[in-house]
Ligand binder design. Structure first.
Ligand code: URP
Ligand code: ZN
Length: 677
């Protein structure tokens, strides 16, 4: 590595595998703001003043994973002089007196000084030091004055990056007759071990359950357990006026700005297209992002039965009854519906070339749509479903499935590198062997879901950066910053800058590790990346200013993470939407009315829609006399499927029919749901 001084903007020739030069600087005592060069900090925001920011929680359990001796050791260390500072004392002025921003008891705070590293943000990388206090980045620059008692971390040769944000997890999800085995404790602990400092999980309850009650349930599960910050998306698994009203409460009072609909999981989570449209319209009104699980649930239901009828009961049947065309169709449908609703759309877990192309085409047409490949689709493929070992195949079952076309991960990575895809999650939803075995004789009953929350950062570094497809700035964009922008928590999250949360990963791009279920921190007994050796290893992970991964030692605190509210109307999603709302309204043509003769309704002609000028808008819609369900019912009294199932009045064809006490589907695709719902 050349020892020439790097231009912060010039990262093309930055060799992140080479040793880093350690700058020696003469310190100049300066005012607080002068110490923060604009070019480095970008923004200076005091999030303490921000009403969204909740105070750092006191741990409700102490260093959960550390044995008693280690805790004592830690306390002793704190009392002793700052360790690495001696080594680096020539490079920093240490101010012993109280500092102007020192507002409270210093012993309760964590003061950290990250020295000699290279900061990587999504838009630039540069050599600079970072000073952290009370969970916030307070200074970024080369000539920092730091208070005494700070711990110095030697970051020479390392990259200082915003901690990862995993946009898609399902910790302890009740699903397919069981609960995901990684809960909010083990899941967030594993996240931190891998360099991810925030997850966004899904509130996902059954049809007819109040969204507000479901939200409270998830908050109760998560708040006491999370080791890192978290946010929530909310699944809309049914549609009604109540749901619409509750969406507003969630947005205005509960910190939610994203709602997910499912085009799959028929009879369980799936909505019909008209309901999806109405959900997206509501999202747009509220300034929330529409999210979608894009697969065709009706086709999957049909084709999975065909597989079973052919005697195909193993994990390969899971892929074959939902081939990539079925995912592609749903992506096309979702972007069309969202476009018609003028709603920004986020497509969860892009698993195939076909789906990625559909999304990219839609973006090229100008639709506001974002795509999320996941660690699984970027790091492995669907050939595993044909593995002779049933458990191995079942361990990879998820929806949409991994694809047997082994060029898929590389293709998705190419699109991620060039911004056809924008953000990465994991869909982490883990089940042990005995849980997967619920489907040992019928792939439809294998609980869907795989790991990823711990390994996402390393897998993307290995397949994306170490392969030469993307640079470190793009890595930061797709693992952290873009998520923070889309879900409107930027630059509190997703950036190394003054005022941002001290959620940081100090990354060693030269180190390697080999992934294995034997050594991972997740609760699950299987790892879809088993045996993969990755360059790029987190050496330190800092969450809210606390060093939780310390030279390979993981010490997390259960319940230490905070719920991070996600405000509506994120700029990246809504500025174009609002402009279009203003400028692209349909306009009526002003014309003279028709005053010629009008034919009389012929009583012998089929009724069709002639009973009222517009039955769907009719005040009488849903009544026996005039309604939108004009065709005769089926022999068992059901709605003719050619009729619309909704009216704007909310009336349903069967409003007047007595309901059966229970209409639960006993064998939905993917298995029975009794025992959980
Ligand atoms: O296969 C998966 N990912 N299961 C969890 C639920 C979902 O589809 O998001
Ligand atoms: Zn999911």
């Amino acid at each position: 590595m050349a020892d020439k001084k790097k231009d912060p903007k010039d990262d093309d020739d930055y060799d992140f595998f080479a040793p880093h030069p350690h700058p020696t600087k003469v310190r100049v005592k300066n005012s607080f703001f002068n110490m923060v060069p604009d070019a480095f900090s970008g923004k200076s925001i005091d999030f303490k003043e921000d009403p969204r920011r909740t105070p750092t929680k006191k741990p409700n359990k102490n260093i959960a994973d550390a044995p008693e001796e280690e805790k004592k050791e830690e306390e002793k260390k704190e009392e002793e002089a700052p360790p690495v500072e001696e080594k680096l004392e020539a490079e920093a002025i240490v101010i012993q007196e109280a500092n102007p921003w020192d507002q409270s008891d210093t012993s309760a705070q964590s003061r950290l000084f990250l020295k000699g590293g290279r900061i990587v943000n999504d838009d630039q990388s540069f050599d600079a030091d970072v000073y952290i206090e009370d969970g916030i980045i307070k200074q970024v620059g080369n000539n920092l004055v730091i208070p005494g008692g700070s711990r110095t971390i030697d970051a020479r040769g390392k990259l200082i990056m915003p901690g990862g944000i995993d946009t898609h997890t399902h910790m302890q999800l009740p699903f397919m007759g069981t609960f995901a085995v990684d809960d909010f404790y083990s899941g967030t602990k594993a996240a931190l071990a891998g360099g991810t400092t925030m997850i966004i999980d899904f509130v996902l309850d059954q049809k007819n359950v109040s969204l507000l009650e479901a939200y409270d349930k998830w908050r109760n599960w998560a708040d006491g357990k999370v080791c890192c910050d978290y946010g929530l998306h909310v699944g809309v698994t049914w549609w009604s006026d109540q749901v619409s009203k509750e969406m507003e409460v969630l947005c205005k009072e509960k910190g939610i700005n994203s709602f997910k609909v499912f085009l799959a999981y028929k009879d369980v989570f799936m909505l019909e297209d008209d309901e999806v449209y109405q959900t997206f319209v509501r999202c747009r009104e509220l300034g929330a992002i529409g999210m979608v699980h894009a697969e065709n649930g009706h086709l999957i239901a049909e084709k999975s039965q065909e597989m079973i009828a052919r005697g195909i009961t193993g994990p390969e049947g899971h892929e074959m009854c939902r081939p990539e065309e079925v995912e592609g169709e749903a992506v096309n449908r979702a972007v069309t519906i969202a476009s018609q609703a003028n709603c920004p759309l986020y497509i969860c877990k892009i698993m195939s070339r076909t789906a990625a192309n559909a999304l990219a085409n839609s973006r090229r047409k100008g639709n506001v749509v974002f795509g999320e490949p996941i660690a699984a689709s970027l790091g492995t493929d669907g050939t595993h479903y044909w593995n002779k070992c049933w458990r191995h195949g079942a361990g990879h079952v998820m929806g949409p499935p991994l694809r047997p076309d082994s060029t898929t991960p590389g293709y998705l990575m190419d699109l991620l590198a060039n911004n056809d895809l924008q953000v990465t999650g994991t869909d982490n939803c883990t089940f042990n062997a005995d849980q997967k075995a619920l489907g040992k004789d019928d792939f439809r009953k294998i609980p869907n879901g795989v790991n990823g929350v711990e390994d996402r950062m390393s897998v993307i570094w290995e397949k994306g950066v170490a392969s030469g497809k993307m640079d470190p700035c793009r890595f930061v964009a797709v693992t952290s910053t873009n998520a923070a922008k889309i879900f409107n928590i930027y630059p509190q999250k997703g950036r190394i800058a003054v005022g941002s949360d001290a959620d940081i990963v100090i990354w060693d791009p030269k180190a390697t590790r080999t992934i294995s279920a034997k050594t991972h921190h997740q609760a699950v007994d299987f790892n879809i990346f088993e045996g993969m050796t990755c360059h790029g290893v987190p050496e330190y992970v800092i969450t809210n200013g606390h060093v939780v991964l310390d030279e390979g030692q993981l010490r997390v605190t259960q319940g230490m993470g905070r719920f991070i509210p996600t405000p509506c109307n994120s700029e990246i999603a809504f500025s174009r939407i609002r402009e279009r709302e203003r400028t692209c309204q349909p306009c009526k043509v002003e014309r003279d009315g028709y005053d010629g003769p009008v034919a009389k309704i012929d009583g012998n002609a089929p009724e069709m829609i002639t009973k009222t000028s517009n039955p769907i808008l009719s005040a009488d819609a849903g009544s026996d006399k005039f309604n939108s369900h004009c065709r005769p019912t089926t022999s068992s009294g059901g709605r003719n499927l050619h009729d619309s199932s909704f009216s704007l009045s909310g009336a349903q064809y069967d409003d007047k029919q007595a309901k059966r006490p229970s209409t639960r589907t006993l064998n939905p695709p993917g298995g029975r749901s009794d025992g959980i719902w």
